[in-house]
Design a protein around this ligand. Structure first.
Ligand SMILES: Nc1ncnc2c1ncn2[C@@H]1O[C@H](COP(=O)(O)OP(=O)(O)OP(=O)(O)O)[C@@H](O)[C@H]1O
Ligand SMILES: [Mg+2]
Length: 221
């Protein structure tokens, strides 16, 4: 079986690409899948996250730093296809980076984390264009917006969520709210599951997102 490839892409910085990749990849790893996280961002956030794991409790996925491959990263990723069940790629935010285009050509699922605010919505249109172009060549590409840092009690969030329905990329049902657990888990080099009961809401969100994304892939076979 060859690995399924998931990519978190959005040119907007700080929207949650690394968070989605680490929580999703770590959760799949906890479930016994062979998971590779490709850190294609020269900032190296995913690499540092995994390296922050405590001794005796390693991050449940391998991380490969492939930022130096730039626009050839898809060729590097192909070398790992037979060794993993899932490969998750964390992209850099730079608009001029050739990485997202390159990975979208071989990906099964593109996840676009998005903070529900007008500025984040405008910034995500560039990524939507990239996905649309890639989908003309890679016809098995599926894409989803993943709402992140949601504050569901604010009217602005509600308004932007309504606008997002017409964005042109479907939304996942699972949403990640603004929670300290997401930041904290990075400190421990872990996923939110490692935080236990205090993070129960974040854990549920991450489990729901994982189930939904796996469902997308399985129903597409
Ligand atoms: N749902 C959330 N609740 C609270 N904090 C969050 C949430 N999602 C992400 N964060 C925090 O926001 C910051 C940015 O998130 P993250 O690094 O995942 O974004 P990114 O898109 O990968 O950023 P970059 O574009 O710089 O790579 C981090 O400090 C992260 O811990
Ligand atoms: Mg990042």
């Amino acid at each position: 079986m060859t690995a399924k490839i998931l990519v978190a892409a959005n040119q907007k910085g700080g929207c949650g690409k690394t968070t989605v990749v680490m929580q999703l990849g770590g959760t799949l790893g906890h479930r016994g899948h062979r998971v590779l996280i490709v850190d294609a961002d020269p900032q190296g956030t995913a690499t540092r996250w995994a390296a922050s794991a405590a001794d005796g409790r390693p991050f449940p996925a391998h991380v490969a730093g492939l930022a130096a491959a730039g626009g050839k990263v898809h060729r590097e990723i192909k070398k790992y296809l037979d060794s993993y069940d899932y490969i998750l790629v964390d992209c850099p935010p730079a608009v001029e980076s050739p990485v997202p285009q390159s990975v979208l050509l071989i990906a099964d699922v593109a996840l676009v984390p998005i903070i529900p605010s007008p500025a984040d919505l405008w910034a995500a249109t560039g990524t939507r264009g990239l996905i649309e172009r890639a989908a003309e060549i890679n016809q098995s590409l599926q894409s989803r917006l993943v709402v992140n840092m949601l504050q569901s009690n604010t009217s602005m969030s509600k308004e932007v969520l309504l606008v997002l329905e017409d964005f042109g990329i479907p939304l996942t049902d699972a949403r990640l709210h603004l929670r300290t657990a997401y930041r904290q888990s990075a400190v421990y080099g872990a996923t939110v599951q490692a935080l236990g009961r205090e993070a129960s809401k974040a854990i549920l969100e991450v489990e729901d997102l994982t189930a939904e994304v796996v469902g997308l892939i399985d129903h597409h076979l």
